[in-house]
Design a protein around this ligand. Structure first.
Ligand code: AHM
Ligand code: MG
Length: 340
């Protein structure tokens, strides 16, 4: 009996993905779970570096300027290389695109084999790394379009609207490390157990609360927010939508969204004078977060339309991004409609 009570009962992310596949696509070959295991391995490599930031020379600038014109941090580069390495050895990955690389990368010499396109932000919120604030990794998985000619520009494979995603997820390297993913059958969270070295199921079937008590946006840009956004936020603060919302803003999308997912409320990155199209990137920030939000009962908008319906034209395209629970998002779209 003593033996029985100590029976191991953890569910790892690997087991969970396999179980989901058996349930929803019994004919699947297992190649998809092999792909996801590459991503989880890369995030574990990155997490071990993040945990040693300050000890290793990982927090400084790497010297290069990335395609967004920002100084690349050493950890950004490491996280990017870890993902490229772990995905590159998986022959079912055809194309990848990353915040850190101007062009999409097509894996050569195996034309026809690759079924998946993976798009990611290897280290989101990296300006926070040297002050011990949470950072994360965001990823989005698409199918390789079947009709794409072999010599086509790999960009073509990447420029798909968010509704075409077959999976999405993120990892927050926070006070603990958590991985959240969806394959279109709900949203599940796994906490990294450092003593086992595995992501262990800790948040099954996450549902976003119908309403919350926080709003999240960079108040420093208030003067340059479009008027309807200011009016809406003023209403949130003053209790028009049921209560006085408090402000929480970390400045790492993954961390700000993770709180919004668990506690409800709303996150807004509106158009600003400096960033008239918003700051966040459609393909590897907004779309994966939108997929997760919708799967958890939330809503994601660019201020005009559903984020996942936008047809992308550029890999690094930006979009205004507003995501939250159903009550706040309904109030937001009413505020936007009132201005048209
Ligand atoms: P990054 O990918 O270069 O780290 O930039 C994206 C980050 C997001 O994590 C966060 O939501 C946003 O930038 C914060 O921007 P701001 O400092 O303008 O509020
Ligand atoms: Mg980033």
């Amino acid at each position: 009996r003593a033996m029985e009570s100590s029976k191991p009962s953890i569910t790892t992310v690997q087991q969970h993905i396999l179980a989901e596949q058996r349930k929803y696509s019994p004919a699947a070959s297992g190649s998809f779970s092999w792909l996801l295991s590459g991503i989880t391995l890369a995030t574990k490599m990155t997490e071990s570096r993040v945990r040693r930031a300050g000890l290793l020379e990982v927090a400084g600038a790497a010297g290069a300027i990335n395609v967004q014109g920002e100084a690349q941090q050493i950890l950004d580069v490491y996280a990017d290389q870890a993902l490229i390495h772990c995905l590159g050895v998986r022959e079912n990955v055809a194309v990848i695109a990353s915040e850190e690389n101007e062009e999409a990368i097509m894996f050569d010499g195996r034309s026809g084999e690759g079924k998946y396109v993976v798009v990611f932000d290897p280290l989101d919120g990296s300006s926070n790394i040297d002050v011990n604030v949470s950072v994360g990794t965001i990823f989005s998985i698409l199918s390789m379009p079947k009709d794409l000619p072999k010599d086509a520009d790999p960009r073509e494979a990447v420029l798909q609207p968010g509704v075409k995603q077959i999976a999405a997820g993120y990892v927050v390297y926070g006070s603990s490390t958590i991985l959240v993913y969806t394959t279109g059958h709900g949203v599940h969270g796994f906490t990294l157990d450092p003593s086992v070295g595995a992501y262990v199921l800790s948040h099954e079937n996450i549902r976003m609360p119908t309403s919350g008590t926080y709003y999240s946006s960079n108040d420093g840009y208030w003067e340059s927010f479009p008027q309807p956004y200011r009016d809406f936020i003023t209403d949130l603060r003053s209790g028009v939508h049921g209560q006085s919302y408090a402000l929480r803003y970390i400045g790492s999308l993954v961390a700000d969204f993770h709180r919004t997912l668990l506690k409800g409320g709303i996150f807004l990155y509106p158009p600003t004078e400096k960033n008239p199209d918003g700051k966040l990137r459609l393909l590897y920030e907004a779309n994966p977060i939108a997929f997760i939000a919708e799967q958890a009962g939330g809503i994601a908008s660019d201020g005009m339309q559903r984020v996942m319906d936008i047809q992308p034209e550029e890999i690094h395209q930006r979009t205004p991004f507003i995501v939250g629970g159903p009550l706040e998002m309904a109030a937001f779209s009413q505020a936007m409609e009132a201005t048209v």
